[in-house]
Design a protein around this ligand. Structure first.
Ligand SMILES: O=C([O-])CC(=O)C(=O)O
Ligand SMILES: [Mg+2]
Length: 217
């Protein structure tokens, strides 16, 4: 399914906790492990382009799949790199950020480290980068590239090429591409209900009175 600009705009106005709850209503686990947090930029919403890397102690090789994906992906894409959650090496940096910016990409979600964060924040502030750690060591000579376009696992959640990635200050959630419209609708209802509850808490002067109507947090 193509994720329309209207769907992307809709998700920009919704928080990741509401999306996580909307997925839970359907029995789905979309929330990525808390190690993957924002390291640069702001809100991230876009379809995934998947890349996998694995530990390697042979001759140093460049992260070719990631490098090629940065130039080949449509504007608005999110490069998603499965580095097994290894926080001891960076598989994203300033040069990759430059490539992603010049190609109009939305950002990157990395289950592994990022480096050059000073440079990314200084020169590529519009790029949204979520990663498990900030670390100065490169993957080159420590990891090798395995695949792109294949399913990967990011913080315990499977991501397929084209699934919708959403990231904010509560972390990252993954929405299966087939149900982006339904999950957005459900998440909007959740936010509407919570706005009403907030108003009730403030007007009644009591948390429990504000919650009583729905008996939900
Ligand atoms: O070495 C890396 O893995 C990435 C890097 O520093 C860059 O893109 O500038
Ligand atoms: Mg660098």
């Amino acid at each position: 399914m193509t994720i329309t600009p209207e769907i992307i705009a809709g998700y920009r106005a919704i928080t990741t906790p509401s999306i996580s709850d909307a997925l839970s209503v359907r029995g789905l686990h979309g929330y990525v492990h808390s190690r993957v947090q924002r390291q640069a930029g702001g809100k991230l919403v876009g379809p995934a382009v998947t890349v996998k890397e694995e530990p390697w102690d042979g001759d140093p090789v460049p992260p070719t799949h990631a490098l090629e994906a940065i130039d080949a992906s449509p504007a608005g894409s999110v490069i998603v790199i499965d580095n097994g959650g290894d926080e001891t090496v960076a598989c994203w940096g300033g040069l990759m950020a430059a490539g992603a910016t010049v190609n109009g990409l939305e950002g990157a979600v990395i289950d592994g480290g990022v480096r050059d964060v000073e440079e990314i924040n200084r020169d590529f502030a519009g790029l949204n980068v979520f990663a498990a750690a900030r670390i100065s060591a490169t993957t080159v000579g420590r990891y090798r590239t395995v695949s792109s376009g294949e399913p990967v696992t990011i913080g315990g959640v499977e991501v397929r090429q084209g699934d919708l990635m959403v990231g904010d200050l509560d972390g990252v959630v993954v929405v299966p591409q087939e149900i982006v419209a339904e999950v957005l609708e459900e998440a909007r209802l959740i936010e509407q209900r919570e706005r009403e509850q907030t108003a009730l808490i403030l007007s009644s002067g009591s948390l429990s009175e504000g919650l009583a109507k729905y008996n939900l947090v």
